[in-house]
Design a protein around this ligand. Structure first.
Ligand SMILES: Cc1cc2nc3c(=O)[nH]c(=O)nc-3n(C[C@H](O)[C@H](O)[C@H](O)COP(=O)(O)OP(=O)(O)OC[C@H]3O[C@@H](n4cnc5c(N)ncnc54)[C@H](O)[C@@H]3O)c2cc1C
Ligand code: SF4
Length: 478
């Protein structure tokens, strides 16, 4: 019976939810994909081949039980499908929207490998959880009993919030500290609304608040409150602070006005979407309207910047990347979306310097070619001498990636062990650091990574903390 409903990939083609037309979607910051209709979600789920060894599941960082919830969706048993999907994922509606599925679950779907086009796993996951919110299947978090222990979580991004969710469900008293005025980390202030609308993040924050999680916002640990004070107040602490030190371009003219950091630019835009007053946006410094914009970088942050600039009404938007399309780190899906929206990619180019005086007027662009592979196996870009040209620009956005801040020095905890890259050293499974009762999760451990990995870390650390809290006090102190 079950198989009759499934294995429809032979007769049914792959369909993603419809995209809004580029000319319409670039006028606002709303998400670009429309919802699956119920019928479409069931049809697409029925394409799953129900493999004995599901590679989609093993390549999902959360090991979601994908084939089973696809089958339940195909059978119209949506609430059961949702229950199964949320059992392993704290924020399925967020992952369904922004996981790079082509590199994770969908990229390893067996029917994709056989040329039939992957099952659209992410879109079904999003559909299920959006439906669950609409239908009231997402229940308030009500712990069966209250526990006296408390945990302090520094950082309200996906890693910290996933840990807060698991701990609160177990009845632990949870306080989340964040230096921003809103929770959500990069989900709120980094990732633009056209990939992830903000009410989706805020409904999860509200759910945690209603469950009794205390949020202490506008509180920068290390400045407003010491790490030791937080440690003294709680039985365990989770560090989930992400990575925020941007890699800057260092070449002649790089200090000019009009050359900005990607995260400053994206945060200003996201704040405007919340209706906040943003002087640096209103003054034009962080607003692309009417400008010739050049974004430097080839990762997902660069993709978010170019598409934001288009929506702000830039005159032109160019993206410079030193390798070619096939070798860029950003998702191909996002490149395609950006191209549809009018972004011009200039592959195999890098900045040599900037023209203009105190205000940037252009980028001196050097052309590159791909040479011999480096130690990572990727071909290294080499400069083609004598081929430089000037690309006129009124706004240059640097999107070259992020490094960790020096937490031990900033927080005065010099005995907190870090790696040679400056990330915090933590056990692979328990996420315990070298300090007793202190755990670390997400980007501050992995370096710039993905939301789904931060969620996994947060969940695992919370489970390890529950075990730690259950130990007799003497053992925990050792
Ligand atoms: C522009 C952009 C786009 C991205 N797009 C995607 C995508 O499409 N898909 C995807 O999977 N991933 C994406 N990522 C990566 C993803 O956002 C991160 O991997 C993820 O958010 C990491 O989660 P986290 O909880 O470790 O840290 P964060 O989300 O960075 O949250 C850390 C929190 O800690 C707080 N904090 C830091 N220091 C302190 C302090 N001293 N005191 C108090 N609070 C502090 C910060 O304010 C922040 O709220 C993107 C990243 C960027 C920058
Ligand atoms: S969490 Fe991400 S990788 Fe896992 S099934 Fe969902 S979209 Fe795929």
């Amino acid at each position: 019976m079950a198989t009759q409903k499934m294995l429809k990939f032979v007769t049914l083609g792959k369909e993603t939810p419809e995209k809004r037309d580029a000319s319409l979607r670039t006028r606002d910051f709303d998400e670009i994909y429309r919802e699956f209709a119920a019928q479409k979600a069931a049809e697409q789920a029925s394409r799953c081949s129900q493999c004995g060894v599901p590679y989609c599941q093993s390549h999902c960082p959360l090991h979601n039980n994908i084939p089973d919830w696809l089958r339940l969706t195909a059978e119209g048993r949506l609430q059961e499908a949702y229950e199964l999907s949320q059992a392993t994922n704290t924020f399925p509606e967020i992952c369904g929207r922004i996981c790079p599925q082509d590199r994770l679950c969908e990229g390893n779907c067996v029917i994709e490998q056989s040329g039939h086009g992957t099952v659209t796993i992410g879109a079904v996951e999003k559909y299920l959880t959006d439906t669950a919110w609409e239908e009231g299947w997402v229940k308030p978090i009500r712990p069966a009993m209250e526990r006296p222990e408390s945990v302090g979580i520094i950082g309200a991004g996906p890693g910290g919030l996933a840990a807060a969710d698991v701990l609160r469900r177990a009845g632990v008293q949870v306080t989340v500290y964040d230096r921003y005025d809103r929770a959500g980390g990069l989900l709120t202030y980094g990732i633009p609304g056209f990939k992830l609308e903000k009410h989706i993040v805020m409904q999860r924050v509200t759910q945690l608040q209603e469950a009794g999680v205390t949020f202490v916002l506008n509180c920068s640990v290390g400045t407003d409150l010491t790490f030791d004070a937080i440690r003294g107040q709680h039985d365990a602490v989770v560090i989930a602070t992400g990575v925020y030190r941007s890699r800057d371009i260092e070449c002649p003219g790089s200090g000019a006005r009009g050359i900005v950091k990607a995260l400053d630019y994206l945060t200003a835009s996201n704040r405007k979407s919340f209706g906040d007053e943003v002087p640096a946006f209103d003054s034009g410094d962080l607003n692309a309207m009417g400008k010739r914009v050049v974004v430097i970088g080839g990762g997902d942050t660069a993709m978010d910047c170019v598409r934001t600039a288009i929506r702000q009404g830039a005159l032109s938007v160019k993206c410079l990347y030193r390798r070619d399309r096939a070798n860029m780190p950003g998702s191909q899906r996002e490149v395609q979306n950006a191209e549809e929206e009018g972004v011009d990619f200039v592959w195999l180019t890098a900045p040599r310097g900037f023209t203009g005086g105190t205000e940037v007027e252009g980028v001196i662009v050097q052309k590159m070619r791909l040479g011999a592979p480096d130690s990572s196996g990727r071909q290294s870009p080499e400069v083609i001498e004598g081929a430089d040209y000037v690309e006129p620009a009124d706004l240059v956005v640097q999107a070259l990636g992020f490094e960790p801040e020096e937490i031990p020095a900033l927080w005065g905890v010099r005995d907190l062990a870090t790696t040679r890259w400056g990330t915090i050293k933590a056990d692979f499974r328990s996420h315990a650091t070298n300090l007793p009762g202190v755990y670390a999760v997400g980007d501050i451990v992995r370096g710039a990574s993905l939301v789904v990995w931060a969620i996994r870390d947060g969940r695992e650390a919370a489970e390890a903390i529950l075990t730690y809290l259950a130990q007799p006090a003497q053992a925990a102190a050792e």
